[in-house]
Design a protein around this ligand. Structure first.
Ligand code: ATP
Length: 297
């Protein structure tokens, strides 16, 4: 179990290298561990109020309770008066969506199955531990390395442990990916993540965002109606089982959505490699999707 150590010990053990990324809360750097000559990632989070520290402490708690090959692992944690640093395993493959639109990658439905399987494996494990991620979106799915199909889920900053019968309501998330129950401030559950899994799958296959409106209010209205379609021509080359899979996740009533385990057993996900659709998908729209998401920061 990782516990907070005094911040001064960080510099004794690690050397800070280049910046790897930035989020709403943290700045992530590549770091070098002088004691074992290994590389890690350090996520530094500024903590001005005690509330900020409590939030990182919760993230640490959650990460301590999760140990799975598809989930980013916590290595150490350091505390200073004004910031907290989480030392994480280093991921070098970049964000999944960036990878699949790269010139040296040909995206097929088969690739999407391989990626969605791993997402569901990670999510299934989290849910078995009663943890909900609540921020599943493309930016939080990373490729372990550049030359494999391995991915990991990152950023447990919004994750929560659900404790039995106490209903939990939340009012955060990323508009395009949040479930109707969040918008309606109704009780959430592990099924809330499965909605986001459905949206991610829809976008990965088409580059289109199923509920995106001209503004957040419109997006929210589209989500609460849970109305979407596969009308765009880009879906012509997508198999019916893939569409069925998505349709069984983007269901308004959360109890009626597939669980992560059911996803893994679904006929789209469980098909043999020889049966999978290997037609190259056009990623022009996915490229546009990525550019648009970047502008939102
Ligand atoms: P968010 O706004 O999504 O809540 P955050 O402030 O909690 O972000 P992260 O999402 O954890 O921060 O990290 C920000 C970015 O840093 C990621 O999108 C990713 O590009 C990069 N990153 C995070 N963790 C790692 C890691 N372990 N290895 C390599 N890069 C990482």
């Amino acid at each position: 179990v990782v516990k907070f150590e005094d911040g001064s010990l960080f510099a004794q053990r690690f050397e800070r290298l280049e910046e790897l990324g930035k989020g709403r809360y943290g700045v992530v750097h590549r770091i070098w561990d002088k004691t074992n000559e290994k590389e890690y990632a350090a996520k530094a989070v500024r903590c001005i109020k005690q509330q900020d520290k409590d939030k990182v402490a919760q993230e640490l708690d959650i990460m301590n309770s999760l140990r799975h090959p598809k989930l980013l692992q916590l290595v150490a944690a350091y505390e200073n008066p004004r910031d907290v640093t989480l030392v994480l395993e280093l991921i070098t493959g970049g964000e999944l969506f960036e990878r699949v639109v790269a010139d040296d990658f040909t995206l097929t439905e088969r690739d999407c199955i391989l990626f969605m399987r791993q997402i569901c494996e990670g999510v299934s494990y989290m849910h078995s531990q009663s943890v909900v991620h609540l921020d599943l979106k493309p930016e939080n799915i990373m490729c372990t390395t550049r030359d494999s199909h391995d991915i990991k889920l990152i950023d447990f900053g919004l994750a929560q442990k659900l404790s039995g019968d106490q209903p939990v309501r939340v009012m955060f998330g990323t508009p395009e990916f949040i479930a109707p129950e969040i918008i309606n401030y109704e009780p959430i559950g592990t099924q809330t993540d499965m909605w986001s899994v459905g949206v991610i799958c829809y976008v990965l296959l088409s580059g289109l965002s199923p509920f995106m409106g001209d503004n957040d209010a419109e997006t929210f209205a589209n989500i609460t109606r849970a109305e979407f379609d596969f009308d765009d021509g880009d879906f012509d080359s997508i198999s019916q089982t893939a569409k069925d899979f998505i349709s069984e996740l983007l269901v308004k009533r959360k109890e009626d959505r597939l669980t992560a385990e059911e996803c893994l057993a679904h006929r789209w996900m469980s098909q043999e490699d020889t049966e999978m659709n290997k037609v190259a998908l056009c990623t022009d729209k996915l490229k546009k999707f990525i550019i648009r998401r970047k502008w939102q920061f």
